[in-house]
Design a protein around this ligand. Structure first.
Ligand SMILES: Cc1ncc(COP(=O)(O)O)c(C=O)c1O
Length: 402
């Protein structure tokens, strides 16, 4: 479909990026100018099926009417004020998130990394108050927790850290899904364990139920906090509102971002009352929880709760997974593993050809992403339809055939 959105565009974004932007992103060679539902269009008018959704952000799809209406209304009412004052959308959202989770208190942030910074500060304060000055946070190898210095140090991947050594002190990394290693790593210095229920950037590796239950027990036995980083797994991605629900394991602290705002930058750190140890002045943020982003988030969370979207996620996830397993069974594409957690899947190949597959998909009008040289990740909008899943399977099946 050709639209006015690209016809008026004379600006060469890709040339401008090469000249002006810091060399941080390995961007795909397309410029996106418009989105609607599960589709986006580039500046030449080409249409793509978006099975990445802003990396698990556009939960309701692009320009979802509920979000557009909510932010349009809020934008002409009150966009930003200071957290020195009370605002209604922020506290309505707090009520909704707390009523529908195991948490008691919330602090808003602007990104996943900032929400995790907040969780790490809570853990350190907890250690100071309740564990004789313990400050260490144990995290998993292969995890991803963000790009600020503390969350980079928490991230269990040297590749992201090396250029910025020395890393801040106070983090230990252990193999994921290895309870013995976790037990061995706990010391009097440990204040908290921080885990993703499903390693997202790491390639969609779910925690085993025994592992998460075991970690919960270790935390209880040692008086340390369990932080679950649900930045990518939260807000329905796994087919549950929160990733932890699939396990029946409650964290003491949970962080959210990505899908929470459906495309607007909002994140949150939630805590149980006993872990909510900040005192006035301990933490703050200028922009966080503004009326505008909270209005968007209210639209997302209400839609999920009021439309039974989670059943839809589980249905579409089963359909997609069955289709992918049928392709795998044909055998000639070299799929060695499909790891699925709701509408969030890692497809691992027997060769390092994720980059080539990604290019072929894009050339054929499908956006996916890779988490490593041999693994493709998909995370479509939660509202993806059966027809869109079938279209994905058709394009993807062709793109991976050898
Ligand atoms: C589990 C997890 N935590 C934290 C982050 C960092 O979020 P942000 O990029 O919003 O800072 C990410 C981003 O991919 C993530 O997947």
């Amino acid at each position: 479909m050709t639209t006015a959105a690209h016809e008026g565009s004379r600006f060469d974004a890709q040339a401008a990026e090469r000249e002006l932007y810091m060399r941080t992103f390995a961007r795909q060679p397309i410029t996106l100018v418009r989105g609607e539902g599960v589709r986006v269009w580039d500046d030449t008018g080409r249409e793509y099926l978006d099975f990445l959704a802003g990396v698990a952000v556009n939960a309701l799809g692009h320009c979802a009417p509920a979000i557009v209406e909510a932010i349009t209304r809020q934008a002409s009412t009150l966009i930003h004020t200071s957290n020195i004052y009370h605002t209604v959308p922020q506290l309505e959202l707090a009520r909704l998130l707390i009523d529908h989770s195991c948490m008691d208190r919330i602090f808003y942030a602007n990104s996943g990394a900032e929400a995790n910074e907040c969780a790490i500060k809570l853990a350190r304060k907890w250690g100071r108050l309740h564990r004789d000055g313990a400050y260490e946070v144990i995290t998993a190898l292969g995890s991803f927790h963000g790009r600020t210095l503390a969350t980079l140090a928490a991230t269990g991947n040297r590749h992201y850290q090396e250029a910025f050594d020395p890393m801040p002190d106070g983090f230990r990394h252990v193999p994921f899904n290895d309870l013995e290693a976790m037990r061995d790593a706990i010391s009097p210095k440990t204040a908290a364990i921080m885990l993703e229920p499903v390693l997202g950037e790491g390639g969609i590796f779910p925690a085993t139920p025994e592992y998460l239950h075991g970690v919960r027990r270790l935390c209880d036995d040692n008086g340390i906090l369990l932080i679950l980083d649900e930045v990518q797994s939260g807000i329905g991605r796994t087919g549950h509102l929160w990733g932890y629900e699939a396990y029946g394991v409650e964290p003491d602290i949970m962080t959210l971002a990505k899908g929470l705002g459906g495309g607007l930058p909002i994140a949150a750190c939630l805590a149980k009352e006993r872990a909510s140890v900040f005192a006035p002045g301990d933490h703050g943020s200028t922009y966080s929880g503004s009326p505008l982003v909270c209005a968007a988030s209210l639209a997302v969370v209400r839609t999920i709760l009021e439309t039974d979207l989670l059943s839809h996620v589980r249905e579409m996830a089963a359909h997609l997974e069955a289709g992918l397993r049928a392709i795998q069974a044909e055998g000639d594409a070299g799929i060695v593993e499909i790891r699925a957690s709701g509408l969030w899947m890692g497809i691992e190949f027997d060769e390092d050809r994720a980059g080539a597959i990604l290019d072929r998909c894009r050339d054929d009008g499908l956006l996916v992403n890779r988490t490593s040289a041999n693994t493709i990740r998909i995370a479509p909008p939660l509202v993806v339809s059966r027809e869109e899943c079938d279209r994905f399977l058709d394009i993807f099946g062709r793109a991976i055939s050898r």
